[in-house]
Write a protein that binds this ligand. Structure first.
Ligand code: PLP
Length: 377
């Protein structure tokens, strides 16, 4: 290799550059409008994103963590409630559960998809019902995380939820546009949370988030909660908070939304090129479960000598990431404080082997081939 290569693990600046003129114009439209909180820009994005997802309601909020918190609150989750989720996720998933006063219960992940194991879920619910963990409270809700862009096994999860009358929240922060058996993620559970953090598949130029649902009552609750419990200005019907999507970010998202499907197709094409160029390279490649459409927010391989491989790629200018290096239940803020109702062997094993290779629409085939070549050694 003659020229030094430099590949970022993610590249939100490239996405801005790809749409610079339209984004600059949209931002100036908001600046000139004189309307800087909620208003038409946010309402228009909410309507456009609801149509894109095929749900009745989208409510724009300040970020993905708030989206999860508001979804939980809207569903009546609070102190005394146990919420089942995974430990291999963004800490935001677990932080939101504790923010509403509920207790997280960790469930192991499925080895093939890295997402919540339905068998593990049934086992964890059984353990909480057994009365051996009174401090965790009553089973109330499930947060299924569509991790890395791959949908969790929703049919089995929904089945278990129905049997135990649990609220199902989909954490779609990494899975805008992913689908399972032809159904979009975010439209299968009771309510869903999205993040528009700049590196997500649909990313703003700052913080942003949204709640999506087909349940008008839950939508109404979220709409009240995001702004002081107001339906009418200055009259709080319920104790709420301030978590509004910024109209500048809504305007940026309106520029990018029409390209989301095409961007996801490009991510899938790059994943296919990785699969072709990494075949037989001694690493385990990500796969799609039957009926699943993966949107490759992350392209996560498993490598037995992960740290050495990451260092070698870094030395050649190729940036990779580990999402996530330490499962939540082993992090200082949570370790020893949250009882495990079942062991989490797959979660713990994956943390030592997973590596996210660069993947975003603006990458080039040459960059992917060069990365694969280095991994082959
Ligand atoms: C990014 C992310 C969030 C949090 O979103 P923020 O907008 O950063 O608050 C929540 N869950 C998952 C799985 C995420 O990847």
């Amino acid at each position: 290799m003659t020229t030094a290569m430099r590949i970022m693990p993610a590249n939100p600046a490239a996405s801005y550059q790809a749409h610079k003129a339209a984004i600059d114009a949209a931002i100036h439209r908001v600046l000139d409008s004189g309307w800087y909180i909620l208003g038409e820009e946010v309402a228009a994005f909410e309507a456009e994103y609801a149509a894109w997802l095929g749900v009745s309601d989208v409510i724009g909020v300040a970020n993905g963590t708030d989206a999860l918190e508001l979804a939980l609150r809207a569903g009546g989750v609070g102190p005394g409630d146990a919420v089942f989720t995974v430990s291999n996720t963004a800490v935001a998933t677990v932080a939101a559960i504790e923010l509403v006063g509920a207790r997280p219960v960790f469930v192991d992940v499925d080895e093939a998809t890295f997402t919540l194991s339905p068998a593990g879920l049934a086992q964890a619910i059984h353990q909480v019902h057994s009365g051996r963990f009174p401090q965790l409270g009553r089973p109330k809700a499930i947060i299924a995380v569509h991790l890395y862009g791959h949908p969790a096994g929703m049919p089995a999860i929904l089945d278990i939820a129905r049997r135990h009358q649990l609220l199902v929240i989909e954490d779609c922060a990494q899975a805008h546009g992913a689908a399972l058996n032809g159904r979009q993620v975010g439209s299968m559970g009771d309510i869903a949370a999205y993040s528009f953090y700049p590196t997500k598949n649909l990313g703003a130029l700052g913080d942003g988030g949204a709640v999506a649902t087909n349940n008008p009552e839950l939508a109404d609750n979220v709409r009240l909660l995001r702004q002081y419990g107001w339906r009418e200005r200055y009259i709080s019907l319920v104790p709420g908070l301030n978590s509004r999507l910024d109209p500048l970010q809504a305007a940026v998202l309106r520029v990018k939304l029409p390209y989301l499907a095409q961007d996801n197709r490009q991510r899938r094409a790059w994943a296919a090129l990785y699969a072709e160029t990494l075949a037989g390279a001694g690493v385990i490649l990500p796969r799609e479960a039957p009926g699943a459409s993966h949107v490759y927010h992350q392209y996560v391989i498993r490598a037995p000598q992960r740290d050495a491989l990451q260092r070698r790629l870094q030395a050649h200018g190729i940036g990779t990431q580990v999402l996530y290096p330490v499962p939540i239940h082993q992090q200082p803020a949570y370790a020893g404080r949250i009882p495990l109702v079942t062991p989490l062997p797959t979660t713990e094993a994956l943390a030592h082997e997973i590596l996210s290779l660069p993947i975003y629409p603006e990458l080039t085939a040459d960059e992917i081939r060069a990365t694969a070549q280095l991994i082959r050694g």
